[in-house]
Design a protein around this ligand. Structure first.
Ligand SMILES: Nc1nc(=O)c2c([nH]1)NC[C@@H]1CN(c3ccc(C(=O)N[C@@H](CCC(=O)O)C(=O)O)cc3)CN21
Ligand SMILES: CC(C)C(=O)C(=O)O
Ligand SMILES: [Mg+2]
Length: 284
């Protein structure tokens, strides 16, 4: 495959200014990253949603910095020419600024990411500013912030009231001012996402926030039907149904082993007949 150049943070601003939509999707390992890069996606997010979709937790809260680094390295190996952003997980950017910087540095140096992502509004502006000043690009994330799920109390649409909307817009402006290069808008009303997008000079990347953002992001497993969970989210569009493909393939495999129809002679390796003669009674 022809090697192309990974995007840069300047490119995302340019894409916003040109009205070119930014495509982003999560990936968590080497093969998914290879496929995402091959598809020409602009940004890969190594999301802490890996807690849900690859580690089997019921939220992103148990995900550790070591988990993020482990998956991030695998993704970068699979997608060396794609801009990779890695989530800073729960509580790794809320202590001292020194610790925040050290944790972000680990994501860059050990996780090999090009940028980090942090959830929160004005309360994390200082952390965003410190990282940006140190040369670590930060993608912000407001609206529904899943790491705060136990405080929010549920995966609910954000920014429905005027007061909430004003607060989210102010948060977005504070994050931009602090030096964030882009901001994820998660699960907010379409009108508010459109308004924030219009008010900011940095790119907005929506998930469950309607079509009027500068870009869109989905979780790999959601977009490809790779989930075993029963209820699909309303904002997701399934572009493939790999779960069904895998399920059928596995059923068939078990059936063929049990019925001895796999492997066949074509899948086996053979000695010369004269060598085989005498071994377990010959070429049986
Ligand atoms: N597989 C997966 N996909 C995601 O998009 C995702 C994760 N995991 N884990 C981390 C966060 C959590 N997210 C979530 C989780 C649940 C809903 C949800 O239940 N949404 C409902 C209704 C919301 C409402 O009506 O207020 C939906 O049907 O969309 C949304 C986003 C987004 N992120
Ligand atoms: C849902 C996206 C934006 C995310 O933060 C993740 O996948 O962890
Ligand atoms: Mg996340």
């Amino acid at each position: 495959m022809e090697k192309r150049k990974a995007a840069t943070i300047a490119k995302f601003k340019k894409m916003k200014d040109n009205g070119t939509p930014i495509s982003m999707i999560t990936a968590y390992d080497y093969p998914s990253a290879q496929l995402v890069e091959e598809a020409g996606v602009d940004v890969i997010l190594v999301g802490d949603s890996l807690g849900n979709v690859v580690l089997g937790y019921d939220s992103t809260v148990p995900v550790t910095l070591d988990d993020m680094i482990y998956h991030s390295r695998a993704v970068v190996r699979g997608a060396p020419s794609t801009f990779v952003v890695t989530d800073m997980p729960f509580m790794t950017y809320h202590g001292s600024m020194d610790l925040t910087l050290r944790n972000a540095a680990r994501i860059m140096q050990e996780g090999l990411a090009k940028a980090v992502k942090m959830e929160g509004g004005r309360e994390i502006a200082d952390a965003v500013r410190a990282c940006a000043k140190a040369g670590i690009p930060v993608m912000a994330h407001i609206g529904l912030t899943p790491q705060s799920i136990h405080q929010i109390g549920g995966y609910k649409i954000q920014g429905k009231t005027r007061a909430q909307a004003d607060r989210l817009l102010d948060d977005a402006k504070a994050l931009q001012e602090a030096g964030a290069f882009a901001v994820v808008l998660e699960l907010m009303t379409e009108q508010l996402a459109a308004y924030i997008t219009e008010q900011l000079s940095i790119a907005t990347i929506g998930i469950g926030s309607g079509p009027r953002c500068d870009g869109q992001v989905l979780v790999y497993h959601d977009a490809l039907g790779y989930n075993t969970d029963a209820s699909p989210k309303r904002f997701v569009k399934m572009y493939a149904d790999v779960g069904s493909t895998i399920r059928e393939g596995l059923k068939q495999y078990v059936h063929e082993v049990k019925s001895r129809s796999f492997p066949t002679a074509d899948h086996a390796f053979h000695m010369e007949d004269e060598v085989a003669t005498g071994l377990y009674g010959g070429n049986k």
